[in-house]
Ligand binder design. Sequence first.
Ligand SMILES: NC(=O)c1ccc[n+]([C@@H]2O[C@H](COP(=O)([O-])OP(=O)(O)OC[C@H]3O[C@@H](n4cnc5c(N)ncnc54)[C@H](O)[C@@H]3O)[C@@H](O)[C@H]2O)c1
Length: 278
Amino acid sequence: MAKEIAIIGCGAIGNELAQNIDNKIIPNCSLNIIFDIDQKKIKNVYEKLQNKPIIFSNFKEFIESPHFEKIDLVVESASINAASSYVLDIIRKGKDIMIMSIGVFSDYVFYKEIIQFLKKKSINVFLPSGAIGGIDIIRSIKNHIESITLITTKNNKSLKGAPFFLNNNINVDEISKKQILFDGNAEDAIKQFPSNVNVSALISLAGVGFKRTNVKVIVDPDEYNNIHEINVKWKFGEFTIKVINKPSFENPKTSYLAILSATECLRSICAPDLKIGS
Ligand SMILES: NC(=O)c1ccc[n+]([C@@H]2O[C@H](COP(=O)([O-])OP(=O)(O)OC[C@H]3O[C@@H](n4cnc5c(N)ncnc54)[C@H](O)[C@@H]3O)[C@@H](O)[C@H]2O)c1
């Protein structure tokens, strides 16, 4: 049966997913609800769709509506704050969810609550591989990892708005030379760069956790791409994966690969086939 989908967040990811559902690029599903706190973002998505969904700009109205009752799968493509506020309420209502703001799992209380809930109820929480690859290897070797480091390189525009700059009284526009901004663990990296290092959260969940996953964030004014390099040493070998991503047109913080990964994850949920590399 075709799945009924609700999307939270009509930005770079939500916009393209909505169109991909509408155009049947993602088959066997329909987009029934879009929810965003920004009316302009809703309008931008809504106007382009042939099959018009119900729209909401208030979470309480969204989750308490009879339309929500019929939803099979919610897609979160908004922000870590949104995921933190909404996800538990959504899964308590028995809905499957695909989460893009994976950094939310660096909050241990949230992580524990989700895991405890999933042990009791058969709800699916899908976490797409996003802007990186190699998650399959990390999951396979997790009990043998000696060290794991993510090195993320982005330009000033892609990093702009991160709490790191306010916390350290740095004007990101004035940085003119490539330099390491942050060198620490994934938990702290997500606090400082919540919209930039969601990939470190996925690596942490797949591997050795947020405290043992090292993250370096580098600003490079001459680099147009968003680059993620993962270096892993483990008992029976080592590997490096470097993914050089073009930013999405709509949001320079978000790599276009993340949108494709969300599309593919949704497609595999709605139109199951061989589970390749999972
Ligand atoms: N997993 C990954 O690899 C990966 C990669 C890229 C982006 N992301 C994350 O996915 C999320 C979406 O990315 P994007 O590029 O589409 O962002 P975006 O900024 O382009 O769009 C986010 C949208 O969500 C809306 N929004 C924000 N807070 C909200 C709330 N509390 N309730 C409802 N709507 C809210 C905004 O108004 C905006 O329209 C972000 O958290 C981003 O960090 C994850």
